[in-house]
Design a protein around this ligand. Structure first.
Ligand SMILES: [Zn+2]
Length: 203
């Protein structure tokens, strides 16, 4: 049975089809900001593993406060990082009254600002808010098979009831990656993504 599953997944992958995952708004915290929000000595408690190895949804939550509104119980994704980063959809930004650029994860210089509230403290984050560039995580073997290179841009057709072709989708290749496409809720809603969905990579 496992063998058959592997063969099916292999055939899907060879066709340039990738599973699409939808990322809800979330935050990554630096160690320092973690201590301010949750108190000295606090650490993240893993609740559920994410598809990318080592990444997890934590039990802890924070509130985000913009000039026009707030979002309660926002997910924190672990483990901690070198700098705090908030990933919002465009709709979130409008509702919160926050201006954020479309960026690749990790590229936060000069990005948007927001207030982050935890049970033990509050941070005035002067930069770190981004709208995440949609992207495909590709392990090296798959990249070789599909002739994809790190940082390459491709088009991906979301194979849904209301199909949309996203242009300029970023390819990210790393040995620790699981083959997945990540889009935000605005993009998922626009394409009527509902449950298990595949995207077709078009070069
Ligand atoms: Zn991702």
């Amino acid at each position: 049975m496992q063998n058959l599953m592997d063969q099916i997944v292999g055939a899907i992958t060879r066709s340039g089809l990738v599973e699409v995952e939808v990322s809800a708004r979330h935050i990554h915290l630096s160690e320092r900001d973690m201590q301010i929000l949750f108190g000295g000595g606090a650490s993240l408690t893993p609740k559920r593993d994410l598809s990318q190895p080592g990444q997890y949804l934590s039990e802890e939550r924070v509130n985000l406060i913009g000039t026009k509104g707030r979002k309660e119980h926002v997910a924190i994704l672990g483990p901690v990082r070198s700098s705090t980063q908030v990933e919002l959809s465009k709709s979130d930004c409008v509702e919160l009254g926050v201006t954020a650029p479309l960026r690749e994860s990790g590229d936060v210089k000069g990005s948007g600002s927001i207030i982050v509230e935890g049970p033990c403290g509050t941070i005035n984050l002067t930069e770190g808010v981004i709208i995440a560039q949609n992207h495909v995580h590709v392990p090296p073997e798959t990249a070789q098979m599909l002739e994809l290179k790190d940082k390459q841009r491709v088009c991906v057709e979301i194979m849904s009831e209301r199909p949309i072709i996203f242009k300029n989708v970023l390819i990210r290749v790393h040995k620790n990656f699981t083959f997945r496409m990540h889009i935000d809720f605005d993009e998922a809603n626009a394409a009527a993504v509902n449950g298990f969905t595949l995207g077709k990579i078009i070069k």
